[in-house]
Ligand binder design. Structure first.
Ligand SMILES: CCCCCCCCCCCCC/C=C/C(=O)SCCNC(=O)CCNC(=O)[C@H](O)C(C)(C)COP(=O)(O)OP(=O)(O)OC[C@H]1O[C@@H](n2cnc3c(N)ncnc32)[C@H](O)[C@@H]1OP(=O)(O)O
Length: 719
């Protein structure tokens, strides 16, 4: 797991070998310990280079081996032995040096990086901290403010930034190992006293206490209940205020609380889930490993409203040629200006030229004749979309993949209107499309695996967390929102306020509670959907039938709010009030509170006291129950797909791992019991009726989340 050779006569070269990322497994750590010993005890060897196989230095500790019983040599003494060596040790960093990989490099006396390498301490994103001395060495090397930034955000830096910060000593465009060996030859025999980072005093910033207080406040605010960022600040504070060995003790203590925490498990689950969703499969059995994508060099976007503009920006930033079509001249001009200024702002931030010349604008759909893929993003109207798809089928070259960016319409119906339904897939982007990381790739019964593979490959290229889902109303994300928001409306009827519901959800960790989120997204969107589903019809203002649709309980509260023209932030009022239309600061609205009181009085409802626990259980368990139905229906292939969708597209707190993972942490039996309880209290609410997959999982002993697929498979094979 680590290879040793002698090069240039006097340099011992140790190569980490653990594909694909040379993670520091027990075997790799043992290999390093053994080979370092070999190099240091070989009198012919005057200096040592450590590198990684296959163009990557090291992706950090092996996350798959994390657990209560870890074997193999521990990292800290291993890195200490390297730092204490009496021969210079040089890290040759290609690809990535992340987490334990960078900590290993910080134990070396010199670091040479390839210009394309990325370095970082991303442990915080896994619910951990750099506990192999990283939290103590990095501040000593680059100062407290820069170390705090890197350790609390986990961001990766380029080799150029690493050089500027002082993390690496040299950057090369050439062969990194050759450069490191040359460097190792040049420093052989030199004193290492000034090269052992753990012996450096930590640079003391002025106003140390104020700095830490400020950073801690910022971190607590953005962490939304996540423990690791707070522990990272505490560890760096230890580096700034304690001698190295005591700081290391503190680092260990803090790591011990994180390492076995549910948050670390959740974050590590999401890390692997994000990768697992790339291994998609359709019910036919075709999937990522059997389906070849078509190359996409040129794409078109049809319809340049907010969504179309965002998609155009995202495609251009990915490096594609884009044909942007908008039939309305005025809108085309407006969109062109908006797209250009977004691209310019983004390019300025990244210090590159804006890719303006990659986009050609046209009012004429004929301009899409030579593109490889089209994304239709016109208004959510089936008639209009069908018309566009018929035109596309006539204009596009054979084989062009036709994607619709719908969030609510039936893409099978759309596909059936085209002569080549196998080329049709849904690409459900989230607004703003150039910012939001989530993409639902929707297949219908006739979508070809190649079309799905093409959309997935494009999503990957755009840096999206792309998830393949089946076609149904709302797909996965929006379908699960229905029971979630329905429960929130019922809670308002029963005595809650938007503030109470939002506070409970935000304390749970959501970036925004449901009502604040609805105000941001616009209340009219859901109203339109409810109207088209025949739910939001004008009825008598009171009486039983006002709150019943199709025999089940229904709350018209949101419809009544919309009837007042309160569509959220854009109109200056919704569930909250705002200083003016477009303003973002939500303020409690006395009008809404008196509206709720009058509504309850009109319907003979008596307000009762509702606590946070009930808000969470009713909103989240109803949503989770729908998640199980989605799995049962085969719309999502596994719990990971749902969890990635919720973490990347719906503000679900990452440190809680997504709704399905959360259910497994709460305990499936408990979720089932609470759903049964609430369904008994509200028998006219079908979303609260526990789904049979949930019951089946509980009956089979509540297996861990990674084993649910087996139960689902069995269930499907019995149908
Ligand atoms: C009881 C109390 C005890 C308390 C104390 C115990 C302490 C003991 C532990 C001490 C720990 C010390 C501190 C160090 C911690 C760490 O180092 S944590 C790991 C930090 N590293 C990362 O977060 C990097 C994660 N990886 C990546 O970001 C990317 O993979 C990459 C390296 C940039 C490469 O990207 P790309 O080329 O796009 O490939 P991917 O698809 O992402 O990955 C390929 C496969 O490799 C798997 N993988 C990646 N990294 C790791 C890893 N570190 N460990 C294990 N596996 C890894 C990844 O999952 C992919 O595989 P599949 O999932 O099968 O597709």
């Amino acid at each position: 797991m680590a290879q040793y050779t002698r090069v240039s006569g006097i340099v011992g070269l140790i190569t980490l070998q653990n594909p694909p990322v040379n993670a520091l497994s027990a075997a790799v750590r043992q290999g390093i310990v053994d080979k370092v010993e070999t190099a240091l005890s070989d009198p012919k060897v005057k200096s040592v280079v450590i590198c990684g196989q296959n163009g990557i230095f090291c992706g950090g500790a092996d996350i798959k081996e994390f657990g209560p019983k870890m074997s193999g040599p521990p990292l800290i003494p291993m890195i200490h032995a390297i730092e204490a060596a009496n021969k210079p040790v040089v890290a040759a960093i290609e690809g990535s040096a992340l987490g334990g990989g960078l900590e290993l490099a910080l134990g070396c006396h010199y670091r040479i990086a390839h210009s394309k390498a990325r370095l970082g301490l991303p442990e915080v994103t896994l619910g951990l901290l750099p506990a192999a001395g990283g939290s103590q060495r990095l501040p000593r090397l680059i100062g407290v403010p820069a170390a705090l930034d890197l350790i609390t955000t986990g961001r990766h830096v380029t080799a150029a930034e690493a050089l500027q910060l002082g993390i690496v000593d040299q950057v090369t465009d050439n062969n990194t190992v050759d450069a490191a060996v040359k460097f190792a030859l040049s420093v052989a025999g030199q004193s290492l006293d000034a090269r052992r980072i753990s012996t450096y005093p930590c640079p003391q910033p002025s106003h140390l206490d104020a700095l830490f207080e400020e950073v801690m406040q910022k971190v607590r605010q953005s962490a939304r209940g996540a423990m690791a960022p707070v522990a990272c600040v505490q560890a760096v504070r230890a580096a700034a205020t304690l001698p190295y060995t005591q700081g290391l003790e503190r680092e260990k203590e803090l790591m011990a609380t994180l390492f076995t925490s549910g948050q670390a498990r959740a974050l590590q689950y999401i890390f692997f889930a994000q990768r697992a969703v790339g291994r998609w499969r359709m019910p036919s059995g075709a999937g990522w490993d059997t389906s070849k994508h078509r190359p996409v060099n040129k794409a078109a976007v049809i319809g340049l409203g907010t969504m179309g503009q965002g998609i155009t920006v995202a495609l251009a930033q990915t490096g594609l040629s884009v044909v942007a079509i908008e039939t309305q001249e005025k809108q085309l001009m407006k969109a062109k200006q908006a797209v250009s200024s977004t691209l310019e702002r983004g390019a300025k931030r990244r210090g590159v030229a804006p890719p303006l010349d990659r986009i050609s604008y046209s009012q004429n759909i004929q301009a899409v004749a030579d593109v490889d893929l089209v994304i239709e993003a016109v208004f959510e109207d089936m008639g209009l979309k069908m018309e566009v798809f018929q035109q596309l089928s006539a204009v596009c070259k054979p084989g062009t993949v036709l994607c619709t960016n719908t969030s609510a319409l039936d893409m099978d119906q759309l596909a059936s209107e085209t002569p080549n339904p196998e080329l049709v897939v849904g690409m459900h982007f989230f607004s703003p499309a150039h910012v939001m990381k989530l993409l639902e790739v929707v297949y219908g019964p006739r979508s070809s695996p190649q079309a799905v593979a093409t959309a997935m490959q494009l999503g990957k290229k755009m840096g999206k967390a792309s998830v393949v889902v089946g076609n149904c109303r709302g797909f996965v994300g929006n379908r699960m929102l229905m029971p979630y928001s329905e429960q929130a409306f019922f809670l308002l009827e029963e005595g809650a306020t938007p503030e109470l519901v939002d506070r409970a959800l935000e304390e749970f960790g959501f970036s925004m509670g449901l009502f604040r989120m609805s105000d941001l997204a616009g209340l009219d969107v859901g109203w339109r959907v409810r109207k088209s589903a025949g739910l939001a019809e004008p009825r008598e203002a009171s009486g039983q039938s006002a709150r019943i649709r199709k025999g089940y309980r229904y709350s018209p509260i949101a419809d009544l709010i919309c009837e007042q023209g309160r569509f959220g932030q854009k109109t200056g009022s919704g569930w909250y009030q705002y200083d003016k239309p477009g303003s973002r600061v939500a303020r409690s609205d006395p009008w809404l509170h008196s509206f709720l009181e009058q509504y309850r009085a009109r319907h003979g409802l008596v307000a009762r006291s509702i606590d946070h626990q009930e808000v969470l259980e009713r909103c989240l368990y109803a949503m989770i129950n729908e998640g199980f139905r989605i799995l049962e229906d085969g719309i999502a292939a596994g719990p990971e797909d749902i969890d990635v969708i919720y973490v990347f597209g719906y503000g679900w707190p990452r440190h809680r791992g997504g709704p399905m993972f959360y259910a497994s942490m709460v305990g499936l039996a408990k979720v089932l019991e609470r759903l049964e309880h609430y369904h008994q209290a509200h028998p006219d609410v079908p979303y609260l009726q526990p789904c049979s997959l949930l019951k089946r999982l509980v009956a089979s002993g509540s297996p861990p989340v990674h084993r649910w697929r087996e139960v689902i498979k069995k269930l499907h094979s019995q149908l």
